[in-house]
Ligand binder design. Structure first.
Ligand SMILES: Nc1ncnc2c1ncn2[C@@H]1O[C@H](COP(=O)(O)OP(=O)(O)O)[C@@H](O)[C@H]1O
Ligand SMILES: [Mg+2]
Length: 237
């Protein structure tokens, strides 16, 4: 089976500082795959290369037969690869509803806007209660929900999620991970970047551990959870 996304031997540098070294990973259709690692390992940089916000120095990235290295960010979105970046950038002066509408700017998504808004509000009932509220007045967790719901407005085939659980209360962390599993069950493949190693390996089919720009380990979520190096480094064992 050809993976939906295949990244091979990705090298990236910020100026002279090399941050990614030969990163290879894949996401099969229907999977949640997680990329875990400590702060500064290069997780966000990897996602920014895939969504073409950054230009790799070397390597290949193929999504559903399309060479991503030849495309501009908006063309990557049009293929169905949607990046929900770190630090939830919602439009603070717009309402929840207006933010959601902003997510369906590509033509193919506009036709199904009402249906997609409804789907997002089903996944995040809290947003429904706050539909007319300015996004800047939402709690951190609600802003994260809005950022994900807005990403879903473009009908992604592959959702790139950067640290969706960052800074959330334990209860909300559970909600977010449950919702990611639900989004996946509805047919969206997910590449999930996280420092919450335990929760993300629990919901992922497969995972990769990134250590200072290199893939140090990979395997099924289950096998990585049981791995002694993973336990020692991330699970406080
Ligand atoms: N815009 C930038 N310019 C220079 N270095 C950067 C920039 N963004 C990130 N870095 C560096 O690249 C490395 C990887 O960062 P990042 O991908 O954000 O890691 P992670 O998401 O795993 O925490 C870090 O050493 C970070 O300091
Ligand atoms: Mg990051």
């Amino acid at each position: 089976m050809t993976p939906l996304l295949e990244v091979r031997d990705l090298d990236f540098a910020y100026g002279d500082v090399q941050v990614l070294r030969g990163v290879s990973l894949s996401v099969n259709a229907g999977e949640i795959v997680t990329l875990v690692g400590s702060n500064g390992a290069g997780k966000s940089t990897t996602l920014r290369n895939i969504s073409r916000l950054l230009r790799p120095r070397a390597g290949t990235m193929v999504f559903d037969g399309h060479d991503l290295t030849r495309l501009a960010p908006h063309q990557v979105v049009a293929l169905g690869v949607v990046h929900v970046p770190e630090a939830r950038r919602v439009f603070p002066e717009m309402t929840v509803l207006e933010n959601l509408r902003m997510g369906s700017y590509i033509a193919s998504a506009r036709a199904e806007r009402a249906k997609n808004i409804e789907r997002g509000l089903m996944l995040f009932p809290r947003l429904k209660e706050r539909i007319g509220q300015l996004a800047g007045t939402l709690s951190g967790g609600e802003q994260q929900m809005l950022a994900i719901a807005r990403g879903l407005m473009a009908r992604p085939r592959l959702l790139l999620l950067d640290e969706p659980s960052l800074g959330l209360s334990p209860l909300l962390v559970r909600t977010i991970f449950d919702t990611i599993a639900q989004i996946n069950a509805q047919g969206t493949s997910v590449l999930l970047v996280e420092q919450n190693v335990y929760q993300s390996l629990r919901i992922a089919a497969r995972g990769y551990v990134l250590e200072t720009g290199r893939i140090a380990l990979s395997g099924t979520g289950e096998s990585l959870l049981a791995n002694s190096e993973v336990k020692a480094a991330f699970l406080g064992a």
